[in-house]
Design a protein around this ligand. Sequence first.
Ligand SMILES: NC(=O)N[C@@H](O)C(=O)O
Ligand code: NI
Length: 169
Amino acid sequence: MIKTLKIEPLTKEAFAPFGDVIESEGRDHFMINNGSTQRYHNLGEVQLDEQGQGIISIFRAKTLEYPLQVKMLERHPFGSQSFIPLFGHEFLLVVAPVGDGSLNIDPSTVRAFRANARQGVNYHRGVWHHPIMALRDDDEFLVVDRTGPGNNCDEFFFDESIQLSVELD
Ligand SMILES: NC(=O)N[C@@H](O)C(=O)O
Ligand code: NI
């Protein structure tokens, strides 16, 4: 299978099978702080197993070479993982649904999205995704995810006959 993935705009609806889109555009809010602040409440669900602890980190990411061949995806079975751009730059996502839970990905289910400069994402537990795909060198992302016992990162490498690529326009 040789396929160039169509890069879709990131929307709450389109991304729903994979997790949450963290954004204020078009979302409900309520006023707090005596009317000085709008709270865009509960935009994403932080998912943890019982032994897990939620933590906040910063990822400083190099850009990858494009066209990119998607050779692998990873998942975090014990918790969600969110990426919120700190410098307001767009970034890319490649994802695949949780599936039946086995260590396998149907390549026909792999999708690519482009986050605009005011969007973050929250991958739900077990959702397959490519490691962070920054579009600016040394871009930084606030990351909320899970630490704790056990291996919380499974990797799946596609067979060499599966060539999924991402091209920048
Ligand atoms: N390994 C790690 O912490 N990073 C990945 O999970 C990622 O999604 O970038
Ligand atoms: Ni990850």
